[in-house]
Design a protein around this ligand. Structure first.
Ligand code: ATP
Ligand code: MG
Length: 654
């Protein structure tokens, strides 16, 4: 058995990489210091990376003070987000590909959509929405597969000043209906069917079911994706493909205020009921564009691929808004990593000569379980930077990414951020910051992370520290409010620790000032008085050769207060046994120490995850506590049958 990779390994960018990078180590320090010492001046400069119709004169007006939570950036400037993502590129790169669309089935042809074509399509969609009665400030729900029309729809809303709220196409009619009503949407845009992983979801009939619980005035625009059968309600349903043939090729971009909302998006629902996050137009776009360029070291002509769905914030910021604002070529992938086989990601990387590849730890762990065979068939030499987001990445997965995918040559950017933050807050810049497997390293420009003592709320000022992660001051991409509920905004993010933005995550800062996310604050385990994050124990388990994935929670324990309950998914082909169970306990003891050794290990063929692939520990905790009659909000759960299996086989039969 190999020894677990050490989390203290360091990987510095090569001199060759650094020489071409936008930001080097020295520049990072200088720019970071400038951004903290004089944020007004720094952001006045970087706010100019987007085009303003009326330039801003005010840069930052933000307050985290109790009762006065108010966040405004560039507030007197005006702009149009879609013009920034399309029109301003037409002269210089009208014939360049803006979007490469890769369909679910690899046998179907990919599409290359130029900036000119994107302009035409977006304008037509905008005109259709106007015909349907959508006006500035109205809300539009988008419930589409990963097809180019999803990007056209987002940009069309931005063009006319409507606010979009995307609902992931895997969500149920109930979840869709709640979100349509939640923002009082005028229109919902959907497709007939959504092919994904060789299966098909009937989006239109889901929408029909959802609309039964919505106001009669809500209209529905239907994109033909498969041509499959759907029912039709005359007067309510509109045929996109037909209307697009008639619609005008030009729609003037509306002049919007920097603080006008661009979109509403719900958080993933890992820790409870999803929050309807509202993002601004100006600050959000500037921040998404800037982080896209620097974090991925994006250069003109590069092919950028973020594998997320546009239903998540990652898709908003790093498939659509950030890349397009930068005039990039961005890939939209309709499929899943394991269809038709576990080589799909790498096949697409080879086919489109991807330069920056950005995915989630959950996908990497799933692919690792299939071994290196599916990777070795493909030429990945175009890749320059690898990225990860969504959960702490276990050092084992990090090393696999580095060795097997990056061949030891591609910096890995472990980007920590949230729906609420709009863009990356903690992340290495690939030409500037040496990485350590499992650490999101250092703050992005303008970001002031602090670690507070969870009990007293006092800031820990020593370099090495552990506690809850808060942010001390605002950045342009920060959410502005919870839709329709500013009180909930204040209560969720600014009330536990006054005058700080509370992230909900636990964090450790090491001797080098590097940040390590230890897991959700709600998930912290307290064993005999020792507080422990879930990430470390899970990473130790995943480092074992037989383990594909692990999730750890606390459960009531008569002597220790809390015991450690581990759910373990084994590698493909490995059989569970009592010997293996003992071996895993021994392994964790030797990796971390006796305090972290699991009391109970349950074999889990699957773990409960959100649709964006995050482990829902709150459900696992309920099962471990034998309290599974009240699982809370499970509307964002990907596969409920996983939960039934775990309940049936739970270990703690008290
Ligand atoms: P909810 O807020 O509804 O419970 P959620 O927090 O999963 O759902 P997101 O905004 O999608 O919703 O996820 C943000 C969270 O994901 C972060 O707070 C953090 O816990 C986790 N996360 C994201 N990126 C990283 C990363 N690179 N390392 C560690 N954790 C990460
Ligand atoms: Mg969250």
């Amino acid at each position: 058995m190999t020894h677990a990779p050490s989390a203290d390994d360091r990987f510095a960018p090569s001199a060759a990489f650094a020489a071409k990078a936008h930001v080097t180590a020295d520049q990072y320090q200088a720019m970071y210091n400038a951004s903290i010492q004089d944020p007004e001046r720094f952001w006045a400069e970087h706010g100019k990376r987007i085009d303003w119709i009326k330039p801003f004169t005010k840069v930052k007006s933000t307050s985290f003070a109790p009762g006065k939570i108010d966040i405004k950036w560039f507030e007197d400037g005006t702009l149009n987000v879609s013009a920034n993502c399309i029109d301003r590129h037409l002269e210089t790169r009208g014939d360049q590909t803006a979007i490469i669309w890769e369909p679910d089935d690899p046998k179907d042809a990919a599409q290359h959509i130029t900036y000119k074509e994107l302009h035409r399509r977006t304008c037509r969609m905008a005109n259709i929405l106007e015909t349907m009665g959508v006006r500035r400030g109205d809300r539009v729900v988008i419930y589409l597969p990963m097809i180019p029309e999803a990007a056209y729809a987002m940009l069309a809303c931005a063009r006319i000043g409507a606010v979009h709220s995307i609902v992931f196409a895997g969500f149920s009619p109930d979840a869709l209906g709640t979100r349509i009503n939640g923002c009082d949407a005028k229109v919902v845009i959907t497709a007939d069917h959504a092919p994904r992983g060789g299966r098909s979801t009937p989006l239109k009939s889901n929408t029909d079911a959802a609309l039964l619980h919505c106001k009669d005035s809500v209209k529905c625009l239907v994109v033909r994706r498969t041509g499959g059968q759907t029912s039709w309600a005359d007067g309510r349903d509109f045929d996109y493909n037909e209307m697009a043939m008639e619609a005008d090729d030009y729609c003037a971009p509306a002049e919007m205020g920097a603080e006008d909302p661009l979109f509403i998006l719900y958080t993933s629902g890992s820790t409870g009921q999803p929050k309807g996050v509202v993002h601004s137009s100006g600050g959000y776009l500037a921040y998404a564009a800037m982080t896209h360029q620097y974090t991925f070291d994006y250069h003109d002509g590069d092919i950028f691929w973020c594998t997320a769905d546009v239903g998540w914030v990652t898709g908003h910021s790093y498939i659509v808004y950030g890349p397009l604002a930068n005039g990039a070529t961005t890939i939209m992938f309709e499929g899943v990593p394991t269809y038709p086989d576990a080589g799909r990601f790498w096949e697409v990387c080879q086919k489109h000569k991807v330069n920056q590849f950005y995915t989630a730890p959950t996908a990497l762990r799933a692919l690792m379980a299939h071994g290196n065979g599916p990777v070795e068939k493909y030429d990945l030499s175009s890749i320059k930077v690898l990225g990860t987001v969504g959960e702490p990445i276990n050092p084992e997965a990090w090393n696999w990414y580095n060795d097997v995918i990056g061949k030891g040559k591609c910096p890995i950017v472990d980007t920590w951020w949230q729906t609420e933050t709009g863009g990356h807050l903690l992340t290495p810049l690939p030409g500037a910051i040496a990485t350590k497997p499992g650490s999101a390293t250092l703050p992005f420009f303008g970001v002031l992370p602090v670690i507070l003592d969870p009990q007293t709320g006092v800031e820990i000022t020593t370099t090495a520290a552990e506690g809850v992660l808060c942010i001390k001051d605002s950045w342009p991409g920060q959410m502005r409010t919870v839709y329709g509920d500013h009180e909930r905004f204040e209560k969720t993010y600014f009330s536990d620790y006054k005058n700080y933005y509370f992230t909900g995550d636990g964090c450790r800062r090491d001797e080098d000032g590097y940040y390590w996310i230890t897991g959700r604050v709600d998930d912290v385990i307290n064993v005999s008085g020792h507080r422990m994050g879930t990430a470390e124990v899970e990473s130790a388990l995943v480092a074992h050769a037989d383990v594909a994935e692990a999730a750890v929670v606390g459960y009531p324990h008569a002597i220790k207060g809390q015991g450690i309950y581990a759910y373990v998914t084994l590698m493909n082909g490995v059989e569970p046994s009592e010997d293996l169970r003992k071996d895993l306990v021994k392994w964790v003891r030797s990796e971390i120490g006796p305090i972290a050794s699991p009391d109970l290990i349950q074999w889990a063929p699957g773990l409960p995850k959100t649709r964006s692939g995050k482990i829902m520990r709150r459900i696992l905790r309920k099962i471990a506590e034998n309290d599974h009659t009240t699982l809370g909000d499970i509307s964002t759960l990907a596969d409920p049958s996983v939960v039934d299996h775990l309940i049936e086989h739970r270990m703690n039969k008290v």
